[in-house]
Design a protein around this ligand. Sequence first.
Ligand SMILES: *Cc1c(COP(=O)(O)O)cnc(C)c1O
Length: 371
Amino acid sequence: MKKIPLIKPYITEEVKAKVCEVLDSGYLTEGPVTKEFEETIRSYIGCTYVLALCNCTVGLEIGLRAAGIGPGDEVIVPDYTYPATADVVRIVGAKIVIVDVDPETMLIDYDAVEQAITQHTKAVIPVSLFGNPLDYDLLRRIKEKYDISIIEDAACSLGARFRDIHVGNLSDISVFSLHPRKFITTGEGGVVTTNNRKWAEWMLSYKHFGMGIHDSRLTTSFNRIGTNYKLSNIQAALGLVQMGHIEELLSRRRELSERYYRLLTNTPKISFPKATVKGTHSWQSCCIFVENRDQIMEKLKERNIETQIGTYSLHMHNAFRENPMCHILGDMSGSRYAFYHCLTLPLYHEMTREEQDYVVRELLEAVDQSS
Ligand SMILES: *Cc1c(COP(=O)(O)O)cnc(C)c1O
């Protein structure tokens, strides 16, 4: 069997043609194609403001800045996430407060969030990890009770929904990634969504060198110190064409994930993460829990099957563990369970039934032989 990759970007002749069209136009920086891409995302999600930018991490950073978060403030993040979620808190000068996750969903522990709130807490950055949406009813209750902002790391949840409302329209600010590990990708890229006009205009200005804004358009009076976090027309062309196929990509991912679960469900040594009640998963990643995860991954690699761990436990890393501006609360048993047991299976739109059967067969054998 040829190599089974973890994920494959959606790069078709149609995508390539759109990129070539941009190249031929000579308009390579951020421009009309970026605008059109933003508009496509806006109407898909149903939110008011969308900004495309060069990656998700800077999107989280400017989201925090727009909400006025900086030195003296505390921001709560989950332990089980990609480090970027917490890095941005220090980048804007605030203190990182890390709490545990629920081992069944791998999402932030809402009770732990509430217990971690102090008079300095300004925001929570919950993560809709792997495309599993958060419980936004619970988050809204916490937000209103303590008057804090919800700035969501929605890096992997484009297309996910809660009570049929799209992720991106459920938090104060949501930030998506367009990195090639995500199924809509521009190589590098990110998208910020919000319904807050003041924050949207501030972010628009900040990502364009601090330009002024008049009638929602940029002007050449520079009103603040800013930076350059633009997404080029070339990159936006990739995302724009892919967005035209998002429903078909989502339903393909759902179909393959459900088939994985069906074929693996009778194996006592494999269990499955819980999806959020009232949520619709985007299946950015299809994860299972196994014992001896690393051994199984190694065995699958020998059979030409690429798998991945889920993500990282921040408290295990020096950047956070030895950081006086990082406060780690709790025993992190939920996060450690996810870190040692979560395995991400190959999943891409072109995956055939034969390829999936091969992965399932080899996985079952590897699980059976592991000890
Ligand atoms: C991919 C990812 C990021 C990083 O996104 P970039 O676009 O590479 O900056 C951050 N957080 C989570 C949860 C991710 O999955």
